[in-house]
Design a protein around this ligand. Structure first.
Ligand SMILES: Cc1cc2nc3c(=O)[nH]c(=O)nc-3n(C[C@H](O)[C@H](O)[C@H](O)COP(=O)(O)O)c2cc1C
Length: 408
């Protein structure tokens, strides 16, 4: 038996368990935890279980295509790696490894404002499609500069995250004493970290990284980087007018991330968005929001047929991707699944994560009797025999326009 532990991972749950074994618990909790009671975090995943798939059988599924187009970029299947900050906290290859894995898999990578790799360094290694995620900062000069730098480095799209005027914090991480206020952690935390000497050795030097696009840039210009840096740096007075100004400056495919209400989706479109990312930040900001998948259909029903919708949060299975597409999403996005892969085994771990989800998605499509993603809307929902025809016509009408325009 020569299989490596990574090769023995057959589900995202397995990859998560491997990550937990490889990375000290305080750092695992940093990627795994949610805010408050973690109600939203749990709901995001659980809500997918309530959605049923209704297969069509005896259809020729010997040839299927999972290709799609979103934000002007072609994807081999409707899945995007979500922006997540400071990926180097779990693996020294930080953002470089997932970006390479995404390019090789033919999907899009999203670089966070709080990445440990700069906009330009990432562009150099990412041969596939890429999106830059922007937090509007109190330092307007740095915000504008990031937009211009992303444009110059040929990012396919910009994504403005609007759901985090404050950092809710993760209690699991606070208990370990690992927050932005860097100091000497408590003894128990040091003990946990020392239990993973191989990880600690590979991480040497990583923690000196100053977040090149923000902290380092601001410090270089004489700005103050204090312990409450994260909370001070994000603009709390952001309005749709500011979003509209950013949209004009960017002047390209623009996604607004963190939308949970149809009225906010409309405001985002009015401000210049071409894509809505339905998302509650993976249950890491306001605990108590609905699962993102449970509000997707209402948002799809509100937006015009030119607006794309990305479903973000709670995806741990390929059939969840099928469900989201079936409910009208143009594509899907996930954070933790690939962070587990990164923590478990760097680029190979991320590649494994993508591969698992892609294979599960293809199986789900074939078992649904769908040869193209635009057919999935006819597979989702509560079909009662007596009103099936009516339900299908309503549902397909509402959702297919959104998926169809992205389907090859
Ligand atoms: C550790 C971590 C860091 C994150 N950092 C960012 C970020 O910098 N910018 C952002 O827009 N979203 C960020 N998010 C939210 C993700 O983009 C995404 O919405 C979330 O992970 C989706 O939920 P999932 O993990 O269940 O897929 C982060 C999420 C996690 C777990």
């Amino acid at each position: 038996m020569t299989d490596t532990p990574l090769e023995r991972c057959v589900s995202i749950g397995d990859v998560r368990r491997l990550a937990k074994r490889r990375v000290p618990l305080p750092f695992f909790d940093l990627i795994d935890g949610g805010s408050g009671n973690e109600v939203t975090l749990r709901k995001n995943e659980a809500a997918f279980e309530q959605i049923e798939l209704f297969p069509h059988y005896a259809r020729d599924v010997s040839q299927i295509t999972t290709k799609t187009k979103v934000l002007g970029a072609e994807l081999d299947f409707p899945f995007i790696l979500a922006p997540t900050g400071a990926q180097g906290m779990v693996h020294p290859d930080a953002e470089i490894a997932p970006a390479k894995a995404a390019s090789e898999a033919g999907i899009m990578y999203s670089l966070s404002t709080f990445a440990m790799t700069s906009i330009e360094q990432l562009a150099d290694v990412c041969s596939g499609s890429k999106m830059f995620q922007l937090y509007a900062l109190t330092d307007e000069y740095t915000t504008t500069e990031m937009i211009e730098r992303a444009k110059a480095a040929n990012y396919d799209a910009l994504c403005i995250t609007v759901d985090s005027p404050v950092n809710a914090g993760l209690e699991r991480v606070d208990r370990w004493g690992l927050n932005a206020a860097v100091g000497i952690p408590p003894l128990g935390t040091i003990f946990e970290i020392l239990r993973k000497p191989v990880w600690l050795w590979t991480q040497r030097g990583v923690f000196q990284n100053r977040l090149p696009d923000v902290a380092k840039r601001i410090a270089d210009r004489g700005g103050e980087i204090g312990p409450d840096f994260f909370d001070r740096i994000i603009r709390k007075d952001l309005t749709w007018d500011h979003v509209s100004e950013i949209a004009k400056r960017w002047d390209g495919p623009l996604a607004i991330k963190g939308i949970l209400r149809p009225d906010d989706a409309q405001r985002a479109i009015d401000a210049g968005a071409s894509c809505i990312i339905v998302c509650n930040h993976g249950g890491t900001n306001l605990d108590g929001t609905p699962a993102s998948i449970s509000v997707l259909e209402d948002i799809v029903a509100t937006v015009d047929k030119h607006t794309e919708v990305i479903q973000c949060g709670g995806i741990r299975r390929g059939n969840s991707i099928a469900k989201a597409i079936g409910l009208g999403a143009t594509a899907t996005m996930a954070g933790r699944p690939f962070l587990y892969g990164l923590a478990a085994a760097g680029q190979a771990g991320v590649a494994r994560t993508i591969d698992i989800l892609r294979k599960e998605f293809e199986i789900a499509m074939k078992l649904c009797g769908a040869t193209r993603i635009s057919q999935l809307p006819s597979n989702v929902g509560n079909i009662h025999i007596e009103d099936e025809k009516d339900r299908q016509s309503r549902h397909v009408e509402k959702t297919a326009s959104n998926v169809l325009k992205a389907d090859f």
